[in-house]
Ligand binder design. Structure first.
Ligand SMILES: Cc1cc2nc3c(=O)[nH]c(=O)nc-3n(C[C@H](O)[C@H](O)[C@H](O)COP(=O)(O)O)c2cc1C
Length: 183
């Protein structure tokens, strides 16, 4: 089973990208997590939304379409998800292929503050439902005070957080299997 990780932060030392790297380390047996970059996705502009769409858009659409599920790690910017993430998701909903339709999606988030990007994650769940993704309902992974919970590579080391994250990834794998059975 393959899960594609998408981070809503572009910065190299992003804690949210670190959450995706953590998933690739602790994923259940038989689940491979790879990470896609959204750095080259252009700002959405209907004038460049022509056939063929920009190469970075087409490439990401293929990666999402090929994956069994998508794990999105979002930072919280001003109580919501990041603009670069919204811009990417908007592109994914235009053109003839719309890879989020019926795609299993799990949401996680981390912040250096006390709330673990909860407001961003709540908004992102609503957004992903609106684009017809199938959003894993629980558990929620709200990684607050993240600086104290990672090693120098941004990998989560906090045991309580890892326990919830393992449950989330196990649930997501089961959710994906169930989605395939129905589909
Ligand atoms: C424009 C901007 C707005 C932010 N707003 C919030 C916020 O509303 N809540 C919060 O917890 N952190 C906020 N932060 C702090 C981010 O959580 C912090 O920069 C975090 O490290 C970003 O995620 P990253 O490490 O994956 O890049 C904000 C940061 C930026 C740049």
């Amino acid at each position: 089973m393959t899960i594609l990780g998408i981070s809503g932060s572009l910065r190299e030392a992003s804690f949210n990208t670190g959450l995706l790297r953590t998933a690739s380390v602790i994923a259940p047996e038989g689940v491979a997590v790879t990470i896609a970059s959204i750095r080259d996705i252009p700002l959405y502009d209907a004038e460049i939304d022509v056939d063929p769409q920009p190469a970075a858009v087409t490439a990401l659409k293929h990666l999402i379409a090929r994956a069994d599920g998508v794990l999105i790690a979002t930072p919280e910017y001003n109580y919501s998800y990041s603009g670069v993430l919204k811009n990417t998701i908007d592109w994914m909903t235009r053109g003839t292929t719309r890879p989020f339709i019926d795609k299993p999606v799990a949401v996680v988030g981390a912040s250096p503050g006390n709330f673990g990007a909860v407001r961003a994650q709540t908004d992102l769940r609503r957004l992903m439902s609106s684009v017809s993704g199938m959003v894993l309902p629980r558990p929620e992974l709200l990684v607050s005070n993240v600086k104290a919970k990672v090693n120098e590579h941004g990998i989560i080391t906090d045991e309580a957080t890892l326990t919830v994250y393992r449950t989330l990834l196990n649930n997501f794998a089961a959710f994906i299997k169930h989605a395939h059975m129905k589909g």
